[in-house]
Design a binder for this molecule. Structure first.
Ligand code: ADP
Length: 244
């Protein structure tokens, strides 16, 4: 489903991603862990071309972007439709209700009629447990509820891949569980997901593969039971010791 080949990205002189390659099969969950500043968010943002790498190529399903050549805005728009992104700080429209937030993508991106978009948004919000909160505004919701709207919004355009950028790290501890629960449900449905998170229990339970990043590189990767219990690389060992 995802094929990332030799991606490099720099901001000015700072090289943030160094020759990253990553494959994700359909229906698999990949969790990315690593210290702050190691390039995890940038890697996700490259996957939906919120950041454009200088080198390499990314394929999602049938579409490939080669970054050594000029990529048009139209190609980027089409490419981006294949992914749904969930942000750390939710990024909801404050002046839209929950249901309007979820309808927005289908209406503007897919040109779906309003009534149909609403129907679908209601279904998705029900699925994330927010049937009672359809008509309220983000400020009337808890952080956990806002993030569940964020997930619903990302799902609304039927993305082939869902990307999660530290989706629980802005939440009070007691609200983390409800968001992880929704993510587990999506994983169990066989959605392809790439998740940056510090929630190691989620990684252990849900990930098919865990990648440890440091300093713009994938230092080590493997099944969670192997990577967490028997890390090979010294840097991985150090990191895991710190977060235990
Ligand atoms: P992580 O998600 O692992 O914390 P990031 O991908 O956010 O790491 O950041 C990697 C590095 O890139 C950091 O040194 C960060 O300061 C830098 N960086 C990220 N975004 C930008 C940007 N837009 N401009 C300049 N530097 C950036």
């Amino acid at each position: 489903m995802i094929n990332m080949n030799n991606i490099s990205k720099q901001f000015g002189d700072l090289v943030v991603l160094k020759d990253i390659s990553l494959q994700v099969e359909q229906g698999k969950v990949v969790v990315i862990i690593g210290p702050s500043g190691s390039g995890k968010t940038t890697l996700l943002r490259c996957l939906n071309v919120l950041e454009q790498p200088e080198e390499g190529s990314i394929t999602i399903d049938q579409q490939t972007l080669k970054f050594s050549e000029k990529v048009s805005k139209k190609e980027i728009r089409e490419f981006r439709r294949q992914t749904g992104m969930v942000f750390q700080t939710y990024n909801l429209f404050p002046h839209f209700t929950a249901v309007e937030n979820v309808m927005e993508g289908p209406i503007t991106v897919q040109k779906v009629a309003k009534a149909k978009a609403r129907e679908k948004a209601v279904d998705i919000l029900t699925k994330v447990g927010l049937h009672e909160k359809m008509e309220v505004y983000p400020y009337q919701l808890s952080g956990g509820q806002q993030q569940r709207v964020g997930i619903a919004r990302a799902m609304a355009i039927d993305p082939k891949v869902m990307l999660f950028d530290e989706p629980t790290s802005a939440l009070d501890p007691e609200l983390v569980g409800e968001v992880l629960q929704v993510m587990k449900k999506l994983a169990a449905e066989g959605r392809t997901m790439v998740v940056v998170t510090h929630e190691m229990s989620f990684a252990k339970e849900v990930a098919d593969e865990v990648l440890f990043m440091d300093n713009g590189m994938i230092v080590e990767r493997g099944e969670p039971s192997v990577l967490f219990e028997h890390p090979k690389e010294e840097r991985t060992k150090q990191f895991l010791k710190l977060i235990k």
